[in-house]
Design a protein around this ligand. Sequence first.
Ligand code: 3PY
Ligand code: MG
Length: 254
Amino acid sequence: MTSSPSPVRLAAWSMLGVPAAASLLAGIGADLLVLDGQHGLYDDAALVAAIPGAARVPVHVRVPHNSPALIGRALDAGARGVIVPMVQSGDEAIAAARASRYPPLGERSWGPLAAYRGEPTIDPVTANEAVWCAVMVETARAVADVEAIAAAPGVDEVFVGPFDLALALGTTVGDLLADRSPGNPLDTVVAACRRAGTVAGAFAGGLAAAENLIGRGYTSVAVAVDTQVIAAAGADLISAARSLPAPASPPPAA
Ligand code: 3PY
Ligand code: MG
């Protein structure tokens, strides 16, 4: 695994749903790769196809919702962790954590797909120790119960979705990030995580938001998103190429 120079864990984030995108993003120096099955194009088949070629960094999957079946399938496909969206309460956080682990710590059902690929399976005790369960706080209700969510047994990380959180609070991501007043929910989450000994993570999607979130104390930040990276880098290149010196008149025909 490529290590980052700071204690902050930096994630690459893939929306595109194809193995090539996942494999490319696994090589950009991030500490882990997230495949997005909620708003991205990773369905079940795409996860099974993409994970093996991207596994030189830990691959986590954002599942579409808090469902034991979906969490189990993502882990069966080889994900090392899950990000579970729209978790509203301590009880829902406990359910997500238990869906991520085999008995006696949870209710995950046995059946890793590694066996179908002829790869060794990881025994249940080791799998329980290695798995990472991040639950997303992105509603007002979740912020109100964040102490219980952060302290839920088996929850490794509370991961903020600033876009949904801003929507829920009737504001914009820009205003939420710019707001430095006491009681900003972004700071409430960090404080609850510190008290519980849980990692505070957030989706940034760009450098300015990452700087803001890291400054607030987030230690796990998703910063490079394939769709945005392609669009932004491509637009910069096209724009720069348009200003290259060109002959005043078209070259003569051959
Ligand atoms: C959010 O900001 O709501 C997210 O879920 C980021 O992907
Ligand atoms: Mg969201």
